[in-house]
Design a protein around this ligand. Sequence first.
Ligand code: PEP
Length: 239
Amino acid sequence: MVNLTKFSSIFIANWKLNGNSLFLKDYYEKLKVNSNNCTIICSPSIYLKSLKGNNINLFCGAQDVSSYKEGAYTGELSASMLKDSNIDFCLVGHSERRQYFAEMNDNVNIKSSNLIEENIIPVICIGETLEQKEKKLTEEILSTQIKASVPSSADHQNTLIAYEPVWAIGTGLTPTLDEINQVHELIKNFDTKFRNFKVLYGGSVKSANSKEINDLSHVDGCLIGGASLKVDEFNIIIS
Ligand code: PEP
C-alpha cells in the first residue's frame, strides 16, 4: 500500500468518461510531477495500465470498483483485478456514481472494505447538494455519509476522504475558503477515528484557486475533474 505520510499534498485527476490513446500519450509526455506531492491519475479503466509510468510519485487510480469479489456480474471489475493491474487508488462514492448509478453509502462501504483488503486506497467521496446546504443540513449529511460509507477497517493510512460539495462539481462555483477549511475540520472531528485522515477538497478546482485551497490548514490535497483534462493547467495545480 502506498505510504501516504511521505507526501506534503495529494492531487487526484478524475478524467471521468474522457480521453483516448492519443490524448493519453500527449498528456503523459507533458505531465510534470512534483516530487513532494502524490499525483494520481484516475483514467477510464481501459487505460489504467497504459498510464503507469516510472515516476515514483505518480500513481494510477480507478474511478470505481465492483462491490462483488467475483462471479456472474457482467461488466464489473473487482478490487483484486485492480490490484493485479498495479492500481493503488480507487475513487468510491463519487457524486456522479451516487446520482446516475444509484450508489448508496452501504455499497461505498463494501467497495472500500474490499479495496482495503487488496491494499488499494479508497478515496471515499462525500458532499452535500445545494438544497441541503441551503437548508443548513451540510453537517448532518456529511456525518451520515462518512459514518455509513467508511468501513471499520479504514484508518488514516489506508483510506482518503474527498469532500466534494455536489453543487461545486463542474459548475465553476466553490465554497469560500473559510467554509472549505471549516468543513474539513468538522469532518476530521466527527469521530476520533477520523482525526488523522487526509481530507481532499474537490469541486471546480483550477490553477487560479488551487494554491489558496491547498494551503488551507485542514486541506490535504485536491480532487480535480474538468481542469485535470488540460495537462498544462493540471501541471500548474500539482506544482
Ligand atoms: C470531480 O469530478 O470530482 C470534480 C471535482 O470535478 P470538477 O473539478 O470539474 O468540479
